[in-house]
Design a protein around this ligand. Structure first.
Ligand SMILES: [Zn+2]
Length: 73
């Protein structure tokens, strides 16, 4: 999973985007920028900044095969 927040790119906004891929995150970010930040088209330099700021996150909610955090039921 990938994650990006507006804060990551220096915007004073706590919006967070999570997606399966960088493209997925970017799509959400573009839509959000258009609606919330009056930025219908993301300039190349901002897009670059966004992509650089996207981080990998791990979620362990979809598969039960990981050997971590299993409090006895
Ligand atoms: Zn924002």
């Amino acid at each position: 999973m990938k994650q990006l927040t507006c804060h990551d790119i220096g915007v004073d906004c706590d919006m967070k985007f999570v997606g399966e891929s960088e493209e997925d995150v970017m799509r959400q970010a573009e839509e959000h920028a258009a609606h919330e930040h009056n930025l219908p088209v993301i300039p190349p330099n901002i897009e670059k900044k966004c992509r650089a700021a996207i981080t990998d996150i791990s979620t362990n909610s979809s598969h039960g095969t990981d050997t971590v955090t299993s409090p006895a039921a």
